[in-house]
Design a protein around this ligand. Structure first.
Ligand code: F58
Length: 793
């Protein structure tokens, strides 16, 4: 009879898993597949989130404090099961349950598909923030798009990147609750009419935004927030008239068109159609989120002037920047507020985070497209621009300029705080892209250096290191990461060092086995050197591979030399339309093929490029890394967050003074960091030197020889676009930084050979990187930008 009961959190987890297997999945344990077990476990864990989730929602209502709304086009969450299990402290129970059935709990958890609803750092930051907001008890909602297809699946065909669709939703998924009642009508196009003194937007086309909620549980189940993702659906599902007339395809057209909006993450925006769809996506989720926010506000308060006191809306980059004009539209056109008041209220609510200074990444939309798709918003943008010009007649900045609507300046003006994501980046924002706006609005720009959640990136991903730390200092570090400092004295304790080393060695063995299953055998005793991130010229994976070629050439000159065996690991995707980045991938794979097959050196040097980098692969690679490659052209990487994950997991950084590398180096100590390369101002100056690349190549015979080898076709093709770029304008100064990178790489090898000293440095990296917890970052946003208070249940 016991089997007949519905699983409740009061039951043991084992009972709940068994009951879900039977009643929710209709399977008996003798025929259950891995996916059945994973779903049964997920549902059992999910049940345990519901009570804290309800309690958090209730506590936020009772307190009547400020709620935070984090608007982001991307949430790169990866898998949720392990995170939830870790946060609820259920890992041991789960491991035991599956062990008794001859199953490996980690394998069960790895059956979950990654929710890859993001491109890279920006999306992953949003996911870390969701977890930290729950951990620190910040009442918050994440708002985004429920893409049917997340970031594409990467494979290689003769070394070249191929893209396939990622179908995370076609696999069983346990975490979301569809909210049929939370649905809004979102319009596009049409006309703006004046009805008496009221302005009315009459859209030509409308779609419905339907909410799907995923609870995000914090550490120890102390609080749970909601990630609310919008899915687009048609108003009329089906055109029966067309169907009856025999037009079967046509009958489904309205549905197809509507669903396109939430079909894929970041469609190619190099075509006019792509741009239109992207802007539609941005407005779609922003408008639905604002309506939802106002509905919640209206249910509690009746004075809209209170909005800034109760609502903080954070714009994750300019992707949701249409929130400014849309909020003003809602307040003026639908709530009857005066325009100036509406702007003030909106500014009081909005904050804007900038993630890049790269000019090509700053969003702008043609006036024509904006007018066509969002005619009322175009009028409001003109009014906002005029208001700003009135207040600052001498201003030298445009919200509408060169035929384009500039989303950066709009987001800046409509926000009461604008933040950069590392100290250096924030200073550069003030000096470059937002120099003029900073002059007009001093004190608006603040810095909030990025962070990462230690629950996923240390406790979950690196259980061996976590156990070691917890044995030494207790588990208080998990939500108070700066307590890692307490292990600092142990850096001088040889038995702790041995244990730390053994944990790293075991992580490396796991990774070696993983690479082995993918056809590449590597020696787990070699040095593991890792560069994982999106492939981009400014991140300079080509600098790394050039150095690898040069090293290989020297090894080949003297294979009997005292070389340090090493594995160079790369992983990352290139945007499908980014031809140069795809050439870099092709080059790395081509070099890997030749080097890995070279009998003279293959015991010394291997190059690995596992395909389809995602959050789950990062969780395997980072704990096994000994060297963290953070080698961007100074001034170009806004912050980086991978750099923090590596340092915490005891990899030593070789890097430039860029983004948060600067702060990492300050904290871990210059002597525990391998610095090289030009500073941001030196890069700017270097670009002014005539033929700087040619000069750099001529001055470094190793670099010349490596480039000659590529040109000579040693790696199959000759990669002319890369060679011409490097010999030509070399905007990212790969050639000029090469010599110093070579020097630092060799110094790093010398340091690595002294095992005790290296491990000491690695321990110091772990001990001193606690500041990079995203809990600290979130508390910074709460205090400096949101004015939100932490709550408990
Ligand atoms: C990244 N930006 C920054 N953008 O490059 C990185 O330095 C920073 O640490 C991180 O944000 C978090 O602040 C980033 O990931 C994107 O992925 C764009 C999203 C929209 C499409 C183009 C890429």
């Amino acid at each position: 009879m016991k089997d007949m009961t519905i699983p409740r959190p009061g039951d043991t987890l084992a009972d709940a898993i068994r009951q879900h297997l039977k009643f929710s999945l209709g399977k008996s344990s003798d025929v259950a597949t891995l996916t059945d077990w994973r779903m049964a476990l997920s549902l059992a864990v999910r049940d345990r989130i519901v009570d804290p989730w309800f309690a958090s929602t209730r506590a936020a209502y009772d307190k009547q404090g400020k709620r935070v709304y984090y608007l982001s086009m991307e949430f790169l969450i990866g898998r949720l099961l392990e995170d939830a299990t870790v946060n609820l402290g259920l890992m041991d129970e789960v491991t035991e349950f599956f062990q008794s059935r001859g199953l490996d709990a980690r394998k069960v958890m790895q059956d979950e598909p990654d929710a890859a609803l993001g491109n890279g750092g920006l999306g992953r930051l949003a996911a870390c923030f969701l977890e930290s907001m729950s951990t620190v008890g910040c009442p918050a909602y994440g708002y985004g798009i429920r893409y049917e297809h997340g970031l594409f699946r990467q494979s290689f065909d003769r070394g070249r990147q191929m893209e396939g669709p990622e179908d995370w939703l076609t696999e069983a998924h346990a975490w979301e609750y569809e909210r049929t009642e939370a649905q809004y009508r979102i319009g596009f196009g049409g006309q703006v009419k004046q009805l008496g003194d009221r302005t009315v937007w009459q859209p030509a086309e409308t779609v419905l935004a339907r909410a799907y909620d995923t609870p995000m549980i914090g550490w120890q189940g102390r609080w749970a927030n909601t990630l609310r993702l919008w899915s687009a659906r048609p108003e009329t599902v089906f055109d029966l008239g067309r169907f009856n007339a025999g037009d079967y395809y046509g009958a489904a057209e309205p549905e197809n068109l509507a669903r396109t909006i939430s079909r894929v993450l970041y469609p190619d925006d190099t075509t006019e159609d792509g741009k239109r769809l992207r802007l539609k996506q941005e407005f779609f989720f922003t408008a639905a989120s604002l309506r939802d926010i106002l509905r919640r506000f209206d249910s509690e308060y009746d004075d809209l002037k209170l909005l800034p006191e109760k609502v903080a809306i954070q714009l994750n980059d300019t992707h949701p920047a249409i929130a400014g004009p849309e909020l003003v539209r809602l307040l003026v056109d639908e709530k009857g507020m005066a325009f100036e008041d509406a702007v003030t209220v909106a500014q009081g609510c909005l904050g804007y985070t900038n993630h890049t200074l790269l000019p090509e990444a700053l969003e702008r939309w043609s006036v024509k497209l904006m007018t066509d798709l969002l005619p009322r918003h175009m009028q409001i943008i003109e009014m906002i621009d005029a208001m700003h010009k009135n207040a600052h007649p001498d201003r030298k900045v445009e919200m509408i300029g060169g035929g384009d609507v500039q989303m950066g300046p709009i987001a800046f003006f409509m926000a009461h705080k604008v933040n950069g994501v590392s100290a250096l980046h924030t200073e550069l924002m003030k000096e470059t892209v937002f120099a003029e706006l900073n002059r007009l609005h001093p004190n608006r720009i603040v810095n909030e250096t990025n962070g990462i959640t230690p629950r996923r990136w240390v406790l979950g991903a690196n259980p061996r290191l976590s156990r070691l730390v917890t044995d030494a200092i207790g588990d208080g570090w998990v939500d108070d990461l700066e307590r890692l400092q307490e292990i600092e004295p142990l850096a001088d304790d040889s038995s702790f060092r041995d244990a730390y080393d053994a944990a790293k060695r075991a992580n490396k063995a796991d990774l070696a086995a993983y690479l082995g299953q993918r056809g590449l055998s590597v020696d787990p005793d070699a040095m593991f050197d890792v560069q994982i991130k999106r492939i981009h010229e400014y991140k300079r994976q080509h600098l790394n591979i050039l150095q690898t070629i040069a090293l290989w050439q020297e090894m080949k000159d003297a294979p009997q030399g005292n070389w340090l065996p090493q594995v160079k690991i790369f992983a990352g995707k290139a945007a499908p339309g980014y031809v140069f980045a795809k050439e870099i991938i092709h080059l790395i794979n081509a070099v890997a093929e030749v080097i890995n097959a070279d009998p003279d050196t293959s015991h010394l040097l291997k190059v690995a490029y596992p395909a389809n980098y995602n959050v789950s692969l990062a969780e395997r690679l980072i704990p096994a890394a000994e060297v963290s490659q953070q080698i961007s052209t100074a001034g170009k990487e806004a912050s980086g967050t991978g750099n923090m994950k590596f340092a915490l997991n005891g990899a030593l950084t070789i890097g430039t003074l860029d983004g948060a590398n600067v702060e990492i180096r300050e904290l871990v100590g210059a002597e525990n960091f391998f610095l090289f390369g030009m500073t941001a101002p030196e890069v700017v100056a270097r670009r002014e030197v005539a033929e700087h690349a040619k000069k750099a190549i001529a001055a470094d015979p190793r670099l010349k020889r490596a480039m000659d080898a590529i040109e000579a076709g040693i790696f199959g093709e000759r990669f002319p676009s890369i060679i011409e770029n490097l010999m030509g304008h070399d905007y990212f100064c790969v050639t000029s930084d090469f010599s110093d990178y070579w020097r630092a790489s060799r110094e790093l090898e010398v340091a690595y050979r002294d095992r005790a000293e290296w491990t000491r440095m690695a321990i110091l990296n772990t001990a001193r990187s606690g500041w990079f917890s995203s809990d600290r970052t979130i508390r910074g946003y709460m205090a400096d930008i949101w004015g939100a208070e932490a709550l408990t249940i």
